[in-house]
Design a protein. Structure first.
Length: 475
């Protein structure tokens, strides 16, 4: 387990299972979290809430809360964005909402207002969506500045709220590293990424390697105590290779694998998205609101693995066959699949229980009896759940690797006063060329309600330069 004193104190819903966008009946599926906002829904949609400067209209957000979330007791992860046209840095652009605000203080004002309004009901807030691609037409520095002001503004309204880094398209290590270099580390509580894959074959090794790389980066920057949330994963049935049945298979394979990465801090995963719009897509409901196979697969996965503890991987002797063991209520639950859509291989599993049950992704159950302590099964692309009595009914699995968890460091510095450093950039990386004149701009921002005085100490170690700059700022 990760040492997460602040997260535990906030008492988040422990369920790891989420979806993007609301739809009636999610509680019946077992889904407990919904990611919303950023125009996909009206909750937290800045352009609709603040159509005129300083005038906030909460009616649409309130209605969405009453209609979808409160009746089913769902937890929300709203996205704080995008930018109203009147506030946009580029109001004449085709999509002005995807530009940062011309005045970052406008964003801070909106964040403080919405967090204040929903304090106690909404505990987590995500700062933008996929800021590493076209949803944010600004630099890494510009995003980091928005993250800082959002963090300070949100915490001033609700000190116990949690700020989620804007989920990047893919696991964009370079973007996240640059954000750390610009000082992002102290201004978010949870990391988020969108580790999409394309095509009908889920690559579990790639998936784990990418998240291992992210965990390594976070640990290097002193963030070993922070969780990683996968705020989007999914496959679209608009891809002719992805039939509704294959989509359901991939959902179970991906989400099961995510549950095996708790040692990396992966603790929540959100399927993108709840419903198809205007044709086949990523949804677990089709365009008419009818359940797709993926919905039944999600419901089966949750019913069997909710609250289960991952025990480890079972070796099958088959390179393309995956078998993950979980323990739930004194029972073992094994999830078995073949990674190739056309794959089909027999596997022999040790089973110490006299009886077992095989459950397909639609919840259909069949009792089976091991012979001589061995269960003979065929692994195919559609995952199979096998239940048996005993915590080690399928033998001793290979446990996940252990990782050193450092406690959350104590922070004594004043976060409400923060720096924005501007240097020349190339491919997102700040640089200074030796032997050439270079302008280095340091902005001091005061997001506190009172005046502050202090000194900025700047040092360029490679050049042996040190400077001090006193400052005095009003609120």
């Amino acid at each position: 387990m990760l040492a997460l004193p602040h997260l535990l104190a906030v008492m988040l819903d422990p369920s790891p299972f989420g979806v993007v966008c609301p739809w009636p009946g999610l509680k019946g599926v077992g889904i407990r979290w919904v990611r919303c906002g950023a125009g996909a829904t009206q909750f937290a949609n800045w352009p609709e809430i603040e159509r005129e400067p300083g005038k906030f209209d909460w009616s649409r957000s309130d209605a969405e809360l009453r209609t979808y979330y409160d009746p089913e007791g769902l937890s929300l992860l709203p996205i704080l964005g995008y930018t109203p046209k009147w506030a946009s840095k580029n109001p004449s652009a085709k999509k002005p909402q995807h530009w940062p605000p011309a005045d970052i203080r406008l964003y801070g004002r909106f964040v403080k207002a919405i967090v204040s309004r929903y304090k106690g009901r909404v505990k987590c807030w995500e700062v933008w969506n996929e800021p590493n691609i076209g949803f944010f037409n600004g630099s890494v520095k510009a995003y980091t500045d928005m993250l800082k002001t959002a963090y300070v503004s949100a915490k001033s309204a609700d000190p116990d709220c949690l700020i989620v880094f804007g989920g990047t398209a893919g696991v964009d290590i370079n973007f996240i590293r640059r954000a750390y270099e610009f000082g992002a580390g102290g201004y978010f509580d949870i990391m988020a990424v969108h580790p999409y894959q394309w095509g009908p074959r889920f690559d579990a090794l790639w998936f784990e390697r990418k998240l291992q790389g992210l965990r390594k980066l976070m640990d290097e920057w002193g963030d070993s105590h922070k969780e990683i949330w996968l705020t989007e994963v999914g496959w679209s049935t608009a891809d002719k290779r992805i039939t509704p049945e294959i989509q359901a298979n991939l959902l179970v394979q991906c989400l099961t694998t995510a549950l095996t990465l708790r040692h990396l801090g992966v603790s929540k995963v959100f399927w993108f998205c709840v419903k198809d719009w205007g044709g086949p897509g990523f949804g677990i409901f089709d365009t008419e609101g009818r359940p797709k196979p993926a919905l039944f697969a999600y419901k089966t996965l949750i019913s069997l693995l909710s609250g289960a503890k991952y025990a480890g991987r079972i070796e099958t002797g088959r390179k393309e066959v995956w078998a993950h063991a979980f323990v739930k209520g004194g029972k073992s639950v094994l999830v078995l699949w073949h990674e190739r859509p056309e794959g089909k291989e027999e596997v022999l599993l040790p089973c110490s229980s006299s009886e077992a049950a095989v459950v397909d992704i639609f919840g259909r159950r069949k009792d089976v009896k091991p012979k001589g302590g061995v269960l003979r099964l065929v692994a195919v692309h559609s995952p199979t759940f096998i239940e048996a009595e005993g915590a080690q009914a399928f033998g001793r699995p290979l446990p996940p690797p252990r990782r050193e968890h450092r406690p959350q460091p104590e922070e004594s510095w004043l976060k409400g006063v923060w720096l924005s450093v501007s240097v020349p950039e190339s491919t997102m990386r700040p640089f200074v060329t030796l032997g050439r004149a270079c302008e280095l701009t340091i902005e001091v921002h005061n997001d506190l309600p009172e005046s502050v005085k202090g000194t900025v100490k700047a040092e360029i170690k490679a050049l042996g330069l040190k400077e001090k700059f006193p400052f005095s700022l009003g609120p």
